[in-house]
Design a protein around this ligand. Structure first.
Ligand code: FES
Length: 172
């Protein structure tokens, strides 16, 4: 629970309420078991987990900062800095690579006019390479915003996806 004097904290009361709910799922003295959930809650609220949020979570869960960083850097669904509204990760592991995922990455680089790791000037798209998403039969696979899988992503399907996302933005 957030206490008086905690006004400098990066996360909202609601985020702490959700983190407390996660902590309550584990035995007394095992707050750190809620670390992945806490990082996910922070990312949902802020869009990324930077150094200050990382330290705050470490202190709240009574963990060493390095332990939180190890988790944060192991899972590539965590954003260490702000990303575009749509984070596109193309799997480049072997089964996807054998089905031309490198071509998909190169096509998206050219189409969006950015390099891997960059965000388009309008702040809409960030392009990343990802590790196996467990859907190798659908290769090449692309993951949108960590939770929406897109299969068999050739040039035509990539163009359709990007244009649908742009239109989605226009109707908001
Ligand atoms: S290798 Fe790409 S989803 Fe498994």
């Amino acid at each position: 629970m957030k206490k008086n004097g905690d006004d400098k904290r990066c996360l909202s009361d609601e985020a702490y309420r959700l983190i407390d709910k996660e902590i309550a799922k584990y035995p007394e003295g095992q707050k750190k078991s809620a670390v992945i959930a806490a990082l996910a809650i922070a990312q949902r609220e802020k869009g990324f987990v930077d150094h200050s949020i990382e330290s705050e979570i470490a202190s709240y869960l009574e963990m060493e900062e390095i332990s939180v960083r190890e988790i944060l850097t192991f899972y590539n669904m965590f954003n260490k800095e702000n990303t575009g509204k749509y984070k596109i990760a193309v799997c480049t592991n072997l089964p996807c690579a054998l089905r031309n995922s490198r071509y998909t990455v190169n096509f998206l680089k050219e189409f969006l006019e950015i390099e891997v790791g960059e965000t388009t000037k309008d702040g809409l798209f960030t392009l990343l390479e990802g590790e196996c998403f467990g859907a190798c039969a659908d290769a090449p696979v692309l993951l949108l915003n960590n939770d929406e899988m897109h299969s068999w992503m050739d040039e035509t399907k990539c163009k359709t996806l990007i244009s649908n996302l742009k239109e989605e933005r226009l109707v908001e």
